[in-house]
Every structure is written in structure tokens, then in C-alpha cells.
Write a protein that binds this ligand. Structure first.
Ligand SMILES: [Zn+2]
Ligand SMILES: [Zn+2]
Length: 144
């Protein structure tokens, strides 16, 4: 049997929540979310708007068992120490990463910032491609 996962920030038991077919572990006290390896990428690429708001609506006002506050943050999955890591390029968002099982702890509002940036980057990428498409069309246009 799997042991209970606890919030690395405040020790509260993490609750199962599901979004876009993924099962995530969320702390209902501080609204942080644990992402196992690969899950954060899936959510940030899925172009879901307002994930945090969706989760709040779906799982709002829960009852939870509070735990003790830890001296420093440990991975809820494997117990290894979590390390601060920059996750984004444009916005200053740092998440807490486990370098052993490759999971991420994402605090309240950080998820929306990550998804927002993903969409910004995609828009930029689209604009760049559009620009080059235009340049190439000009370059290879036969002169008549
Ligand atoms: Zn928490
Ligand atoms: Zn871990």
C-alpha cells in the first residue's frame, strides 16, 4: 500500500485531484500541487486556462488534516530534499524540484504563471514562423 503523501511546505495530507485526465496531488491548505515526472509539462502544454481556478471550483472548500511544518522541504514522493529551480524563461517563477524522482512542487499561483508563459512563448513562436514564412515567400517569389 502506498503511504500518504504530505505537503512539503506545511505537512498537510495531499488530496487527489484530477485535471485533463491526470491525477495530481494537491495541498488544500496552501494550494500547492505536486507533479510527478512529466506531469507539469503535460499540464503546461495542454493550453488549459485558469487551471488553479478550475481546481478550486471542482475541489473547493475541502476538509483536510493539517500536519506539522517541516524544517525544509522534502519530496512528498521519495523524501529527497527539494531544490529551487527556475522553470520559466520570461517570468521569474521558481519551483521546487526533486532531482531524484524528477517531480515538481508548484506553489499557489505559480502554475498559472507557468501556463501563461507557455502560451506567450507559443504565440511568439507563431509570430516568428509567420515572419520567416513571409520572408521566404518574398525571397523565392519569381520575378516576372
Ligand atoms: Zn501545503
Ligand atoms: Zn522525489
Amino acid at each position: 500500500m502506498r503511504s500518504v503523501m504530505r505537503c512539503p511546505r506545511d505537512g498537510t495530507e495531499l488530496a487527489k485531484v484530477s485535471i485533463i485526465g491526470l491525477e495530481l496531488d494537491k495541498c488544500h491548505k496552501c494550494d500547492g500541487i505536486w507533479f510527478d515526472r512529466g506531469e507539469l509539462e503535460k499540464v503546461s502544454h495542454a493550453k488549459v486556462q485558469d487551471v488553479e481556478e478550475l481546481l478550486e471550483k471542482k475541489y473547493g472548500d475541502p476538509t483536510y488534516a493539517e500536519g506539522d511544518v517541516h524544517a525544509y522541504m522534502r519530496c512528498p514522493r521519495c523524501g529527497d530534499r527539494l531544490l529551487k529551480q527556475h522553470y520559466t524563461y520570461l517570468n521569474p517563477v521558481s519551483v521546487d524540484a526533486c532531482h531524484k524522482c524528477y517531480g515538481f512542487w508548484v506553489d499557489d499561483t505559480e502554475l498559472d504563471a507557468i501556463i501563461g508563459e507557455e502560451q506567450e512563448l507559443e504565440k511568439e513562436d507563431h509570430e516568428v514562423r509567420h515572419f520567416f514564412g513571409h520572408v521566404f515567400k518574398k525571397l523565392f517569389k519569381r520575378e516576372g
